[in-house]
Design a protein around this ligand. Structure first.
Ligand SMILES: C[S@@+](CC[C@H](N)C(=O)[O-])C[C@H]1O[C@@H](n2cnc3c(N)ncnc32)[C@H](O)[C@@H]1O
Length: 248
């Protein structure tokens, strides 16, 4: 599912690392507190998979369409006027429909503070339909979302199992905060990771981390968040040093 900050591009590398922890430590529960477009969790094999996000749009879209994929036939490419009507009048549209229009039809999948991007003219004068492309990708993704337990709350309310070690993969909004709906307190987040690392394996996607976290993977990329000034950034995975010592 196209989503701002999606890790789809890095999925092969990130999933290989996560899957290795699951096999080596015989982990039965995988939790993603910031699941976004479900682009990592959909490739993970684990007995129990839990995907959570604070954004009800993604949660509504996935839960409704997983139950009834034929709904998506009703979501056809919106005109510009329709897109803004759906965006600005939440009360008169069904949640899943509004989610589909905004997630598939926003420019660069930027729903909050973004703009219409369902179709656009390419350099050779043809029209490209981004909405249909995103919708068809989502239809292909749906079977891999089967069985995922979905919840929609602030990550702080997630309660991991107390009688086993879970793998928790966190992909929080970047510290610069562009394109998201809510403020994010990074200090509080790292403190939460520290606390959970005492019992569980916590792996975090970020570009930088406090000193007690160790970088276990990195790759250079061009940021897509601000199209006008694409700059090179380094995408990294971190783990708390408590877990690093034991498992490497
Ligand atoms: C970088 S995106 C995740 C992208 C995802 N890994 C993917 O590949 O599609 C970050 C996500 O964190 C969510 N988020 C932001 N603040 C949150 C919070 N306090 N609790 C839970 N989720 C939150 C956002 O809605 C967004 O979906």
């Amino acid at each position: 599912l196209k989503y701002i900050g999606s890790k789809a591009r890095f999925a092969p590398e990130i999933c290989a690392i996560l899957q290795d922890y699951i096999y080596r430590l015989n982990i039965k529960t995988y939790i993603e507190p910031f699941v976004g477009g479900f682009n990592i969790i959909d490739k993970i094999k684990c007995k129990t998979r839990i995907g959570n996000d604070i954004d009800s749009l993604v949660c509504d879209l996935v839960t409704s369409c997983r139950n009834d994929p034929s709904l998506l036939r009703l979501a056809t490419t919106p005109t510009r006027d329709k897109y803004y009507d759906v965006r600005d009048n939440p009360a008169i549209y069904q949640n899943w429909y509004r989610a589909a229009i905004l997630l598939f039809g926003s420019y660069n999948a930027r729903v909050y503070g973004g703009c219409y991007g369902a179709t656009s003219k390419t350099k050779d004068g043809k029209t490209r339909n981004y909405f249909e492309e995103a919708k068809n990708n989502f239809i292909k993704q749906l079977p891999s979302l089967d069985g995922i337990l979905i919840s929609c709350c602030d990550y702080k309310y997630i309660v991991p199992p107390s009688n086993e070690t879970a793998l928790i993969y966190c992909d929080p909004p970047y510290a610069d905060g562009i394109g998201y709906n809510s403020e994010f307190d990074a200090v509080e987040f790292w403190e939460w990771c520290r606390r959970l690392s005492e019992k569980h394996i916590v792996i975090i996607s970020e570009r930088a981390a406090p000193d007690d976290f160790v970088c276990i993977w990195q790759q250079e990329t061009k940021s897509h968040l601000n199209n006008r000034a694409k700059k090179a950034v380094i995408e990294k995975l971190f783990i708390h040093r408590l877990n690093y010592g034991e498992n490497h």
